[in-house]
Design a protein around this ligand. Structure first.
Ligand code: ADP
Ligand code: ZN
Length: 477
């Protein structure tokens, strides 16, 4: 791009948005889409993805179609753009007939710069026909992980986007997501047919966050202990069920904490009141299901606790990412028990086979993370396809209190011996019985109670051995 055009972009940034500098690779991304190249943007939440399609829409010929998953998100952005003096509108089911007519007219006469649509509206034949007549500069697919069945909020309607865009015209696409796993990335690129797109991926390392996993034993007591150390600070506690959310919020209030519940089952008015209370500092702690957080930009959240195990590392990363957005400290604590994983697997029982298998893999990755002695930061970044080279991050439990390596090796050897000596044909529970020297019908009938390894691990409990075996022999068990 020419220097003069660079000046135009910087001028718009200042004049319209009030920012004096681009962040990270924003400028290169904007130039790329203005040059009509397919563009794939992977940046953590809060990094400034929206600007990457908002700003170029102001200087391009034609408008930008923005595909967005939620009416609430669209409305937020439209209000924000209008406040900046930009004509942005959405086209969705909340509009009246006359409003639709007005929006369409403004699209045709070129006064709208950004048109937001949900995939459901985009795919309607009458809208496809209409969009063929509009002068469109490019299409932005926001929250593009929704396309992927490996993304945390998969939406099947998203899978038709490419086919619809192709009907509308030969348009460059900018896809944006905060989901960086290589699996999701490939899935999105394949689905949008943009394998050749220029990729802009920024680091996912949140250096100010401390990651910690604690074995869940007396969870309520453990939680209160932790909260006492963070009294008066702002934080979020995630639970898996609505019932648990209510129960924990109440328990915290009884114990003198200033907490409120948030989940999709609450009346809209109460949800709003609790959310606003949290944003205005009237409420210290929100106890919530994962329904809470999307689009919430509270900079000074000092801790995020997962009272129950999250369903995927991806979700875990997004949820913990709400801590410390101001760059100051954020403590991310997860309570983990393998029982929780088992419970979650049972919930999945009635899902279609493929979906169940996907969920199982995600849970397995989750439990591997929680049980591993390796640096949490290294593991998380590895999951997002990024190598973390430092030996000690200084910002996770495993780095600050390393588990004894020699001891670990010894246990691993015992687990492997148990598997080998029993002919590598037995399941987790049986191996645990052999290691702990439990004489029962099965160990006796296979004469496994005569093996050298039998009872060699009787100093450790059942959960401990299950964890060692799962980590050592992850693929089989
Ligand atoms: P994302 O979509 O990546 O989660 P947003 O687009 O919501 O992030 O941006 C996060 C915040 O950063 C917003 O408040 C936005 O106005 C701000 N922001 C974006 N770009 C810049 C910039 N170049 N300089 C300063 N602030 C910016
Ligand atoms: Zn670490």
């Amino acid at each position: 791009m020419l220097a003069a055009e660079t000046d135009i972009l910087r001028g718009k940034l200042k004049e319209v948005f009030g920012y004096s500098q681009f962040r990270g690779t924003q400028e290169a991304i904007i130039q790329n889409i203005l040059n009509k190249h397919n563009t794939f943007v992977i940046m953590p939440t809060g990094a400034g993805k929206s600007l990457c399609y908002q700003l170029p829409s102001l200087v391009a010929d034609g408008l930008a179609v923005v595909i967005s998953p939620l009416i609430a998100l669209m409305k937020n952005q439209v209000d924000q753009m209008n406040a900046f003096g930009i004509n942005a509108q959405f086209l969705n089911s909340t509009l009246s007939k006359s409003e639709i007519t007005r929006v369409k007219k403004e699209c045709l006469n070129g006064s709208i710069k950004l048109l937001y649509v949900a995939p459901e509206s985009l795919t309607k034949p009458e809208n496809v026909d209409f969009l063929k007549k509009v002068d469109i500069a490019f299409v932005a697919v926001d929250e593009a992980h929704c396309i992927s069945e490996w993304g945390h909020d998969f939406r099947p309607e998203y899978r038709r986007i490419k086919e619809i865009i192709a009907q509308i015209g030969d348009l460059p696409i900018i896809a944006l997501t905060a989901t960086a796993t290589p699996k999701v990335q490939l899935d999105i690129q394949k689905n949008l047919n943009m394998e050749g797109a220029n990729l802009f991926k920024s680091s996912f390392n949140r250096t100010n966050l401390f990651y910690e996993v604690r074995q869940k034993r007396h969870a309520k007591k453990q939680l209160i202990q932790f909260l006492k150390e963070h009294k008066g600070k702002s934080g979020i506690i995630y639970c898996l069920s609505r019932k648990k959310v209510e129960e924990i919020a109440e328990m915290l209030n009884v114990n003198g904490f200033n907490a409120a519940p948030y989940h999709a089952g609450l009346e809209a008015g109460i949800r709003e009141k609790n959310q606003d209370g949290f944003l205005n500092e009237d409420i210290d702690i929100v106890v919530a299901t994962i329904a809470f957080g999307m689009g919430i930009d509270k900079p000074d959240v000092r801790f995020v606790v997962h009272y129950d195990v999250p369903k995927s590392l991806e979700g875990y990363y997004q949820e913990t990412g709400r801590a410390g957005r101001d760059g100051l400290e954020g403590h991310c604590l997860m309570f983990y028990s393998h029982n929780d994983i088992n419970k979650l697997e049972k919930f999945n029982k009635d899902k279609p086979v493929q979906e169940r298998e996907n969920s199982r893999v995600l849970l397995q990755e989750m439990s591997f993370y929680a049980e591993s002695p390796v640096c949490r930061r290294k593991q998380l970044l590895h999951y997002f396809g990024e190598e973390y080279m430092q030996d000690n991050c200084g910002g996770c439990d495993n780095c600050v209190n390393p588990k004894d390596k020699y001891e670990g090796k010894d246990y691993v050897h015992k687990a492997i011996d148990a598997a080998l000596q029993t002919g590598e044909r037995f399941g987790l529970n049986h191996l645990v019985h052999v290691l702990r020297g439990i004489s029962n019908q099965y160990t006796q009938s296979y004469s496994h109670d005569k093996l050298q390894i039998f009872g060699q691990g009787d100093n450790e409990d059942e959960e401990f051995w299950k964890s060692v075996i799962r980590q050592t022999l992850i693929y089989e068990y």
